[in-house]
Structures are given as C-alpha cells and as structure tokens.
Design a protein around this ligand. Structure first.
Ligand SMILES: C[S@@+](CC[C@H](N)C(=O)[O-])C[C@H]1O[C@@H](n2cnc3c(N)ncnc32)[C@H](O)[C@@H]1O
Length: 212
C-alpha cells in the first residue's frame, strides 16, 4: 500500500499473495497505528520464495507485528516444521493469532509475547531460518543472540538495513535506531562465519548464510 510505481509493477508481475494475506494486509492498514511496518505483498512474496528454497524445519522471527511475515515464512516449512515468532506488543496478539488460526499452519506457529532480548536466550538452538524485523536499536544485540541459534548452513534475513536511507547520512544526523542498524550492518559484514548479501528491496533486506 504506499507503493512506488516500480513496486506496483513488480507486484503485478509476481505470483499473487493468498486471499488470507491480502485480508490481513487490509485489516492491518485499517486497524493498526503503524501499518507501514508490515512486510507487504512484494517483500512477503520474497520471504515466501526464500522459505520455499530453504525448506526450513525450524523458523524464528523477531518482530511479529500482525503476523504477515510469519505466515509468508510458513509457506516453505517442511511437514512437521514450526515457526516461533516474538513480539513485545500485547496489542498485536489478537489479530496475529486470529490470522494464524485461519491458516494451514495454525498448529505450527507459536507466538511469544515479550521482549526478544529476554526470550531469545531461553530458546533451544537449531533454527534453519531466522528473520530479524524488530526495534532497530537492538539489531546488534539480536544478531549476537540469533547467530548462536542458527544452524550451520542456515539463513538469516534482516529487514530495514537501509533504514530509509539514514545509513548514508552524516553521523551528526544519526539517531539511536540508525546507529543500531549501522553497527549491525558492520558487524555482519565483518563476521567471517557469515556470507552476506544486502539487497535494496524496499527498505533494504540482508540475506546472511552461516557458513561455519
Ligand atoms: C516492523 S514490525 C514487524 C513487521 C512484521 N515482521 C511484518 O513483516 O509484518 C516490528 C515489530 O517489532 C516489535 N518489537 C519492537 N521491539 C521489540 C522487542 N524488544 N522485542 C520484541 N518485539 C519488539 C514491535 O512491537 C513491532 O510489532
């Protein structure tokens, strides 16, 4: 929904999202205070395509919001696979759970409400796919915690790595969110255990494969 013409053209020439996802996107714009946070049709199809290629057994998402991206990530799950998604805003619980329960993965998605910084250390290792999409200030913290939960050969996806272009602005303009994203981007590219590609999709999406 706030799409530029290129994005609209890309969506028109991509496989359509499901009716459930289209409904969730519309409801998110009608009912939530910050609807632009949703991944939306184009990035959603990218997340679903990546998940279908990875075929994960265990997926972790940091930043559920209304549940749109979690449902996209479910599309590639192996039979018996599962998604754990974390959000610290209890107000999203009703809408996310309502859409999870209407999906084919209703028994495979676990929503944990709470601070991801506290919840991540309580999780067992062994995720094949991790999507980081929560508060930008904490991106370096999420990276340190999430990388230890990721399987060797597993894939980490990270949204908003361009942060509206603020990562390119002079340091004097940097707020705590921009500093978090900048520090995360540098940590990741300097980590020899990760193979990284940053893609200028929407607000910037990084894909990082754990090679060792
Ligand atoms: C950009 S939205 C996520 C969008 C979602 N992944 C999607 O594509 O539809 C970021 C979410 O992170 C959550 N969040 C912010 N700080 C958090 C924290 N410390 N722990 C867990 N979730 C947090 C917010 O409540 C918000 O719902």
């Amino acid at each position: 929904m706030f799409q530029n013409p290129e994005e609209t053209y890309c969506i028109a020439h991509s496989t359509a999202q499901s009716k459930l996802l289209a409904d969730l996107e519309r409801v998110t714009f009608l009912r939530s205070a910050y609807p632009h946070m949703i991944s939306g049709a184009l990035q959603g199809r990218v997340l679903a395509m990546i998940s279908k290629l990875v075929k994960p057994l265990r997926v972790l998402e940091i930043g559920t919001f209304t549940g749109y991206s979690a449902l996209c990530l479910c599309e590639g799950l192996q039979p018996g696979g599962s998604v754990i998604t974390i959000d610290n805003n209890p107000e999203i619980e009703l809408i996310a759970k309502s859409y999870f329960s209407q999906s084919s993965w209703k028994d495979q998605i676990e929503l944990k409400i709470g601070d991801a910084v506290t919840i991540l250390p309580t999780l067992n290792q062994g995720f094949d796919l991790i999507f980081i999409d929560a508060d930008k200030e904490n991106y370096p913290v999420y990276y340190a915690l999430a990388v230890s939960l990721l399987n060797s050969g597993g894939l980490m996806l990270v949204d908003n790595v361009l942060w509206g272009g603020k990562v390119l602005q002079p340091a004097v303009h940097h707020d705590k969110e921009t500093r978090g994203v900048l520090s995360f981007n540098q940590l990741l590219v300097n980590d020899s255990a990760m193979e990284v590609v940053m893609i200028p999709l929407r607000d910037g999406l990084t894909m990082a494969r754990k090679v060792s």
